[in-house]
Ligand binder design. Structure first.
Ligand code: TPP
Ligand code: MG
Length: 382
């Protein structure tokens, strides 16, 4: 006979109160994606911010088309374009202070560039040369992350550690709709909420995880609703409305900085291009769907607002496009130069102390290179 089977042993005292510790109502996300552009509230926005967002969006779109062209010329191994998602990319970068940290995924090159990373260095991973081409500490941007959602626990760890040290740092971590199905997403959000870590999670729901549509990804009412299960607020925002995404992220960053804990933001957007240059999106979605989203283009939405407010005329629009062209020409020129790479770098930064096997493999490669008459082009980075 078990304890539970003994007569009278079950509930010998009244059960504890099982009321939830947290009232879920304030955590519930917006019922509809939050919008600002085209509403009266947009008229009170800082004109300087609107113009800065516009210049960055135009530059970002051009960066996407240039990088895609570089894949066709064999200068870039792969490029996951963020065309259509530029508002999320730019707003994420602009919502952060210099002392904060950004944790991007492979699709978030633009966010890194908008935060000040050199446009060429931002492509090193996608060129296949190195894990990262920039110093993550210089701009406080973690390396672009290819394994889905693994950047999220990193962001939580950094933010939690900063808080323990008394450093005023917020981490903003970006992930896709597909990434929300990963265990790392769950672990990161759970730890962040329990520790009240200063983190903002930005989910760019672009409709697809390669060919898998959102409906096959989750049965949740929205991805923002997932926040409630962890005990943090969820926000739902129109991911093509740069002003709205910026405001929501700005509020979440301030909330985290003030000790209010993490927020989960779902930005509803659309991936206009294929998953990467190696994907054929016509096999799993109709062109009519893409066209519908082209009509809700982030740059067009912002330009309409700016023109309505008298903040953009043909000359300033042209100037933004010319600046973007100059960036693209510079990117092209520098990406067309052959990089000087040292094959021995393959073994650098794998372990602090190389293992015996790695040392043996390095010696083997060295011997092969010597035999082939390879000239040591770079500095060995062991
Ligand atoms: C852990 C892990 N599993 C699988 C993959 C292969 N993979 C690369 S991108 C991708 C789809 C991700 O979709 P989503 O999170 O929505 O991001 P998006 O590409 O739409 O920006 C998958 C499954 C991976 N990179 N990492
Ligand atoms: Mg996606």
């Amino acid at each position: 006979m078990t304890v539970l089977e003994q007569p009278g042993s079950y509930h010998p005292v009244p059960p504890p109160s099982w009321r939830p510790r947290v009232d879920p109502a304030p955590l519930l996300p917006d019922e509809e994606p939050y919008r600002l552009l085209g509403t009266s509230a947009a008229r009170t926005a800082d004109p300087g911010l609107l113009q800065r967002l516009h210049a960055e969006l135009v530059r970002g779109r051009r960066y996407n088309t240039q990088a895609t062209a570089l894949t066709r010329q064999g200068r870039l191994a792969v490029y996951p374009s963020s065309t259509g998602q530029e508002a999320c990319q730019v707003a994420a970068a602009l919502a952060l202070e210099e002392r904060d940290w950004l944790f991007p995924s492979y699709r978030d090159t633009l966010a890194a560039v908008a935060r000040g990373i050199d446009p060429v260095q931002a492509l090193t991973l996608l060129r296949g040369d190195w894990h990262t081409g920039y110093d993550p500490y210089a701009h406080r941007v973690a390396p672009l992350c290819t394994p889905l959602a693994t950047q999220l626990p990193h962001a939580v760890g950094l933010a939690h550690a900063a808080r323990l040290k008394g450093d005023d740092v917020v981490a903003l971590a970006m992930v896709g709709d597909g990434g929300t199905s990963e265990g790392d997403f769950h672990e990161a959000l759970n730890f962040a909420a329990v520790w009240q870590a200063p983190v903002v999670f930005l989910v760019q729901n672009n409709g697809f995880a390669i060919s898998v549509p959102l409906a096959k990804q989750t049965a949740a009412p929205s991805l923002a609703h997932k926040a409630i299960g962890y005990g943090m607020p969820g926000r739902l925002v129109d991911g093509n409305d740069a002003l709205a995404v910026h405001e929501v992220l700005d509020q979440a960053v301030r909330h985290a900085r003030a000790g209010g804990g993490p927020t989960l933001v779902e930005a509803v957007t659309y991936r206009i291009e294929a998953h990467t240059n190696a994907d054929d999106a016509t096999r799993y979605r109709p062109e009519s769907e893409v066209e519908e989203w082209r009509a809700h283009d982030p740059i067009a939405l912002l330009e309409r607002e700016l023109r309505d407010q008298g903040l953009l005329d043909d000359a300033t629009a042209e100037a933004a496009r010319e600046a973007a062209e100059r960036m693209a020409a510079d990117l092209r020129a520098r990406m067309n130069q052959d990089p000087a790479l040292d094959p021995m770098d393959l073994f650098a930064h794998v372990y602090a102390e190389p293992t015996r096997q790695l040392r043996e493999q390095a010696e083997q490669l060295r011997a092969e290179l010597d035999a082939a008459g390879h000239e040591d082009e770079g500095e060995g980075r062991q």
